[in-house]
Unconditional design. Structure first.
Ligand SMILES: *Cc1c(COP(=O)(O)O)cnc(C)c1O
Length: 372
């Protein structure tokens, strides 16, 4: 088959005419209300997202990093404490730990699922360990039964980083509903994305709910009375109003991502030099990313680029090798699985509105590259 060049952007924000109209109406509603911070839109989003995520409480905040940070604050994690975090994650999971003055302790992922390997957690637990942060990377739920078991057995808190996995499940239970308190992001490119920065915490604990609500608003429940040294980590009404519309479309958007993922799986099977993402037993994925691995990643990326296909690398440098964390003293080779992942992963375009013909073109071009 001969293909002419087709443009496949890595990302393309796609709204149905109805969705776009509803978003405009929501924005207008906020403008007309003359109320911009902590009002009815934020309250509605908190109620709807708690319901979506099957938890008692949700607190809207400014972004995903602040959500993680406030979760650790609420659990009173600080100097002298250790927090277990996967070595293969976005930097924000680690930044939250060092922001509260605690020490990140990295646990390697499984190569197949890219997620934290529960078999390697216990050897990293010390008498300083306070929290485990599983990250449901690329939309794939972590192996939550083993992780929960380890947390309970060792009396550790659990904080899920659910920024990439709104709607994913383990054993029929939603990610973001396992931990003591969990963080998520509504950054525009996430499965549920605002039109700016936004995030949230989810919990079943009334105590933690009240604490993070206080922390997000200067440590205050009553205006000008401050109980704790808080932050400004509020979600604004405009983003909440937009999210209230977009949340209605989340399940359909996730289904579209799953269909695209199965098209990739079909189109890329049997290429010996390409490893496809694996989903753990009892886990589902909402495919925030579709991440393949190949030793010839950089050449493949350049080849696809020349064919009009944009790809990305999530992520090129693991947190322990970032210059920001040089003081932790890690060297190349210390966390070899995360490092190999960083050297070999390639994220293919996946988003609602991506056409089947585009996915097939991407697959054909990858096949073509490995044939030659
Ligand atoms: C996006 C993301 C965050 C941070 O979210 P922001 O809203 O950008 O602060 C945290 N963890 C993971 C895994 C993410 O993908």
């Amino acid at each position: 088959m001969i293909f002419s060049i087709m443009q496949v952007p890595f990302l393309d924000f796609h709204y149905s005419p109805k969705e776009e109209e509803d978003i405009m109406a929501a924005i207008n509603r906020v403008i007309k209300s003359r109320w911009f911070i902590l009002g009815r839109e934020v309250e509605q989003l908190e109620a709807l997202y708690a319901q979506f995520n099957a938890v008692k409480y949700c607190v809207g905040v400014s972004n995903g990093l602040d959500a993680l940070h406030l979760a650790l604050r609420a659990l009173e994690v600080g100097a002298g404490d250790e927090v277990i975090v996967p070595s293969n994650t976005y930097i924000a999971s680690v930044l939250a730990i060092t922001h509260v003055g605690a020490m990140p302790v990295f646990v390697e992922p499984r190569m197949g699922t890219y997620n934290i390997n529960p078999d390697l957690i216990e050897e990293k637990i010390s008498n300083k360990t306070k929290v485990i942060i599983p990250v449901h990377l690329y939309g794939h739920a972590c192996e939550m039964d083993s992780i929960m078991h380890i947390a309970e057995k060792n009396n550790l808190h659990l904080v899920e980083d659910n920024a990439q996995a709104h709607g994913a499940m383990f054993n029929g239970k939603l990610t973001g509903s396992f931990g003591d308190i969990n963080a998520t992001s509504f950054y525009p490119t996430k499965n549920l994305g605002a039109l700016g920065d936004a995030g949230a915490l989810t919990t079943d604990s009334e105590n933690l709910f009240l604490k993070v609500r206080q922390y997000r608003n200067y440590g205050s429940n009553r205006k000008y009375f401050n109980e704790v040294i808080g932050y400004n980590a509020r979600l604004d009404e405009l983003q909440a109003a937009i999210l209230n519309v977009k949340l209605i479309h989340l399940n359909a958007a996730n289904e579209e991502r799953k269909i695209i993922a199965s098209l990739y799986r079909e189109g890329l099977k049997n290429i010996g030099e390409v490893q496809l993402p694996q989903i753990a037993e009892k886990a589902t994925s909402v495919y925030h990313q579709f991440v393949i691995r190949t030793k010839r990643r950089d050449e493949l990326l350049a080849f696809l680029h020349a064919k009009g296909i944009q790809t990305m690398i999530h992520y090129p440098v693991p947190p322990h090798l970032q210059r920001a964390y040089a003081y932790l003293g890690y060297r190349k080779g210390d966390l070899p699985i995360a490092e190999e992942i960083a050297d070999t992963v390639l994220s293919l375009p996946i988003y609602p509105g991506l056409k089947q013909a585009q996915v097939e073109y991407v697959c054909e071009m990858i096949q073509c590259y490995f044939r030659n």
